[in-house]
Design a protein around this ligand. Structure first.
Ligand SMILES: [Zn+2]
Length: 310
């Protein structure tokens, strides 16, 4: 894979995330004092639909606390750490990231050295190949982002795993799953078993089109990942961005991806070009999903699927 393809994917992602148009009124930093309890052992700092702010998960056991996606840059991470201290019972901290993108990972650096990052091998590969390139690209977009990402870096994981890892936080069992490639190669979800709470990352979000955000993004394995998430039978599902929902979010993503894949396959078979296919399907699927945001992502998805299909 060439550096050019990484750059193109990153630029496309930025455009379809409306980073370029973002008003400085809402700096993309995780807000303090907004933490809500969503189940007996799980807390959420909602993104309030601010671009480049993730939904932050805090899972609390008697021995340890797990943080999922502590936001972008040192200040986001510091805000999340203070929220973690308000609800934690034990001293140990684990950090898990949904994927390598800077707004999900670079808050990690605010945590003390004793906090353990657990990361899928595939996600670590993404970090090593693309992490700092994306940080530099984000930082170059505006003085505000340059400031937020000052000194941003990636932590070395204390533990890596291939496909699945169970962590017992003390009375609270958490299943960490490496899925994908979907949004990225190292897509990771976290399921809090007793509470039935799933943090699905960018693999399933509510009323927001899925982003094929890297050269490794694939529709086939994305659909398989959704099957795996659905089999967990979650009661509550929190995507990386936007509102919390339930298992219907997973089936909605699957229906969309299957329908889009089928239409791309049909048009490719008819001899239509990639551009014509993407343009036609962008209009078609925007009309089919009028209440989903970021319809530009349909174009990127159709282009990626066109390339993937025989
Ligand atoms: Zn992302």
């Amino acid at each position: 894979m060439t550096a050019i393809r990484i750059l193109i994917a990153a630029l496309l992602w930025l455009v379809t995330t409306a980073v370029l148009a973002q008003a400085p009124a809402h700096p993309p930093i995780v807000k303090e004092g907004k933490t809500v309890q969503i189940s007996p052992n799980v807390y959420l700092i909602p993104d309030e639909k601010v671009g480049m702010v993730p939904n932050v998960g805090i899972i609390v056991g008697s021995r340890a606390t797990m943080v999922f996606d502590p936001g972008m840059g040192l200040r986001s991470g510091q805000a999340v750490l203070r929220e973690v201290e308000k609800v934690s019972k034990g001293k140990d901290i684990y950090i898990v990231n949904s994927h390598f993108h800077p707004e999900h990972t670079t808050g990690d650096m605010a945590f003390p050295p004793s906090a353990k990052v657990i990361r899928a091998v595939a996600q670590q590969q993404d970090v090593e190949e693309m992490g700092l390139k994306w940080v530099a690209l984000f930082a170059s977009r505006s003085p505000m982002l340059t400031d937020i990402l000052q000194g941003a870096t990636f932590r070395t994981p204390a533990e890596t795993f291939e496909k699945e890892k169970i962590v017992d936080l003390g009375g609270v069992r958490v299943k960490i799953l490496r899925l994908g490639p979907g949004h990225t190669r190292g897509d990771t979800a976290v399921f809090v078993e007793g509470d039935g709470v799933l943090f699905s990352g960018d693999l399933a979000m509510k009323q927001l089109f899925p982003a094929f955000a890297t050269p490794q993004s694939r529709v086939g394995s994305w659909i398989t990942s959704l099957d795996t998430l659905e089999a967990l039978k979650p009661l509550k599902v929190i995507g990386a961005h936007y509102d919390m929902g339930d298992a219907a979010m997973i089936s909605a993503y699957r229906s969309y991806l299957i329908a889009l894949r089928d239409r791309v396959a049909e048009m490719k078979k008819q001899g239509k070009s990639s551009d014509e296919t993407a343009e036609t399907l962008r209009n078609e699927f925007r009309a089919k999903y009028p209440d989903w945001d970021q319809p530009l992502r349909i174009h990127t998805a159709a282009t990626a699927i066109y390339r993937e299909l025989p």
